[in-house]
Design a protein. Structure first.
Length: 407
């Protein structure tokens, strides 16, 4: 049975959330997603949009990448979710492929479904393996929606759910001396996003990341990098931390592992930390993390990542997109205050949250979907497919120009 956009939005409001619909309307996003294809989505009324949200960097290979969709079709004919505590070829093979895909000696994997779950496991691994309780995160971070992840994140609504996880502190971003003092022999781990997508794409510099690595090693704490949004090629490298030369103890890979076709994420860590897991087998399990279907899809996704090397295109296309945004920023200094980010993870600071929302509405009218940052609500983040063409970059910039002209 076919329903109109209004009918579906009314059902959503009645049975899910009227407030959520209102939030989306304020962003210009009160539409119903219908057909999805590469760089674009189409709403139920047939209007085409460039998807620069990408479900917060999940659709790195575009919408419905053909090879991965086809693998899901094959997999569903041959397997199912599997028994999550049981061994399967799918789980073992994907773990091996991940160890070969990621840099450094990160050889061991625990699967999850979402980013927050991956962060939660990383916290448990840090406390369990070190015997320490203190967890430190850099201010301005956003790690997800679950318990540990929310406690580590810089959220306006934190206290609404308090008290949260105890023994969690914040490091002032980029302050090397503060980190030297705060990372002690009571610290289990330091968590950082190399690029804070939700905080106007603020970037951790090479010296800062190297200092954190050095201080953690000296005090016996773990350095845990969350590359849910910056990883899998988005910044022009496989992973953003590669440019710093550091080697983390734990790396969180987000849902881009499943390329937007099936939910799966992972936490990857060293053999040294795996001693704790071997000493406490089955201490952490996820019912749907590492499902056999998900592992089949993720294996094909990794093959496509290696075949297409989207990080190369992200570097090229990101350079063109940034250059164009810089020109528009210079032409509209009263509206765009600054530009930051790397590769195809870019953000413009619009000065106020209201201006950012106004821009998102205007952009949607012009066929471009972007959304504000969850930490820096005055920012607007651009996260297109890593495979966007030069023509799509031109279309994005035209839509930005047209949106700015009507604000």
């Amino acid at each position: 049975m076919n329903h109109t956009t209004t009918e579906i939005l009314n059902k959503y409001e009645m049975y899910f959330s009227a407030s959520h619909r209102a939030v989306l309307k304020n962003r210009g996003h009160a539409i119903v997603e219908d057909r999805r294809e590469g760089d674009y989505i189409y709403d139920l009324d047939g209007k085409r949009y460039i998807d620069c949200i990408s479900s917060l960097s999940i659709h790195n290979l575009g919408r419905r990448p053909a090879a991965i969709v086809e693998e899901l079709r094959r997999a569903i004919q041959e397997t199912d979710q599997g028994n999550f505590p049981m061994i399967s070829e799918e789980k073992a093979t994907l773990a091996e492929k991940i160890s070969r895909f990621v840099p450094a000696k990160l050889e061991c994997t625990v699967f999850s479904v979402i980013r927050g779950e991956s962060i939660d496991f990383a916290c448990k691994l840090a406390r369990g393996s070190t015997g320490r309780k203190e967890l430190l995160a850099v201010d301005g971070s956003w790690f997800g929606q679950t318990g540990f992840a929310m406690s580590l994140s810089d959220r306006e609504d934190r206290e609404m759910y308090g008290p949260l996880i105890p023994n969690v502190g914040q490091l002032p971003f980029g302050d090397i001396e503060a980190a030297r003092k705060m990372i002690t022999k009571t610290t289990a781990a330091v968590f950082i996003e190399p690029v804070q997508a939700e905080n106007n794409c603020r970037q951790a510099g090479r010296e800062y990341l190297q200092s954190l690595g050095k201080f953690c090693a000296k005090k016996g704490a773990l350095l845990i990098l969350d590359e849910t949004q910056s990883g899998m090629g988005r910044t022009g490298k496989k992973f953003a931390f590669e440019e710093s030369g550091i080697i983390p103890d734990v790396l969180v890979i987000g849902e881009a592992l499943g390329a937007g076709v099936f939910p799966i994420a992972a936490t990857v860590f060293t053999q040294r930390l795996n001693r704790f897991m071997n000493a406490h087998p089955m201490i952490h399990l996820s019912t749907f993390g590492g499902s056999d279907l998900g592992c089949r899809v993720a294996q094909k996704a990794l093959e496509e990542y290696e075949r297409l090397k989207p990080w190369d295109n992200a570097a090229r296309a990101g350079k063109k997109l940034r250059e164009g945004l810089e020109i528009l920023s210079n032409s509209h200094p009263d509206t765009i205050k600054s530009l930051d980010g790397r590769g195809l993870l870019l953000s413009i600071d619009m000065g106020t949250a209201d201006t950012a929302l106004a821009f998102c509405r205007a952009a949607a009218e012009k066929g471009l979907l972007v959304c504000p940052g969850d930490v820096a609500r005055c920012s607007v983040v651009f996260r297109p497919s890593l495979l966007i063409s030069e023509q799509t970059v031109v279309e994005i910039l035209q839509a930005v120009s047209d949106a700015l002209a009507v604000m």
